[in-house]
Design a protein around this ligand. Structure first.
Ligand SMILES: Nc1ncnc2c1ncn2[C@@H]1O[C@H](COP(=O)(O)OP(=O)(O)OP(=O)(O)O)[C@@H](O)[C@H]1O
Ligand SMILES: [Mg+2]
Length: 265
């Protein structure tokens, strides 16, 4: 694999493909690859709330690397190739399916609000929900009918996405349980990866405490982005705790101190 040997262009000379709320995508060293850069920006409620939290990007890069590498290793296809540095990873470019796929094991957040189910209630079974990725519309929830009628994904692709979601949920639930953490829910994105004439759906974007609800098994303390959404403080401490329990951050490592910061243009 030649691209693994290629030195990547320094950040300022790379072509920026997309800047989102939490990440920047740069052109990768080989066709069909991208570099995903994790920023320290935290946003919630469709970016109405915004803060920069030193070290968050470094932690999410490491945690997401760990999750995606493990998914690759157990045969769940993902866009992830390798981590490049403190804030960046090399990924395969995919055609993002414009859906946020949410898997819930325990009632929380919008499900609790909409259906009046108390937060923390174990659900009778895991529930998969789809939201249309559209900031202008506030990412509305949609059904399979909407998805196929508007051509965002066909029925076979929806089946593939749901099968992926269940595998990721089973894997993540076990991974976090082993770290004393309850996986309440998470969001994932998927994309179409083309290999010649063949196309398959893979897990894309990131899986991190920004996109999961993670509660300590014993204390029920929140170890995820709800600390920011609900002004609980201690976000970096919580994300560091997740990284430490997964064994990916040494006792003395301080993510807030390290890694290149993105200089905003
Ligand atoms: N492998 C990939 N190939 C192409 N695009 C990707 C890939 N993985 C993730 N993306 C996209 O890159 C962007 C990551 O940036 P970020 O998460 O900051 O976006 P965002 O502000 O949340 O916006 P969005 O509503 O588009 O997700 C997202 O739009 C995501 O869908
Ligand atoms: Mg995003």
């Amino acid at each position: 694999m030649d691209f693994l040997k290629t030195r990547y262009t320094p950040m300022n000379r790379r072509r920026r493909i997309y800047e989102g709320k939490a990440k920047v995508l740069y052109e990768g060293p080989e066709p069909g690859t991208l570099i995903q850069h994790f920023k320290d920006d935290a946003t919630a409620f469709n970016a109405k709330k915004h803060e920069v939290i030193d070290g968050k990007g470094v932690l999410n890069n490491r945690i997401s690397e760990y999750v995606f590498q493990n998914l690759n290793d157990i045969g769940v296809p993902t866009h992830f190739i390798k981590r490049l540095n403190m804030r960046e990873q090399l990924i395969r470019e995919v055609e993002i399916i414009p859906l946020e796929v949410v898997v819930r094991n325990v009632a929380a957040g919008s499900l609790s609000q909409r259906l009046g189910i108390e937060e923390g209630t174990q659900l009778p079974r895991s529930i998969i929900e789809f939201y249309y990725k559209n900031d202008a519309l506030n990412d509305p929830m949609v059904s399979e009918e909407h998805i196929t009628a508007f051509g965002w994904a066909n029925p076979q692709e929806i089946d593939d996405i749901m099968a992926l979601a269940i595998r990721v949920n089973d894997f993540l639930s076990g991974l976090f349980l082993g770290a004393g953490i309850r996986l309440v829910d998470f969001k994932m994105e998927t994309g179409r990866l083309w290999e010649g004439d063949m196309m398959r759906i893979v897990v894309a974007d990131e899986i991190s405490p920004d996109s999961c609800r993670l509660w300590d098994i014993k204390s029920a303390d929140k170890l995820d982005k709800d600390r920011f959404r609900r002004d609980l403080g201690g976000l970096i401490e919580a994300y560091s705790e997740v990284a430490r329990r997964l064994g990916i951050l040494g006792e003395n490592e301080n993510p807030a101190a390290g890694g290149p910061r993105l200089v905003q243009p």
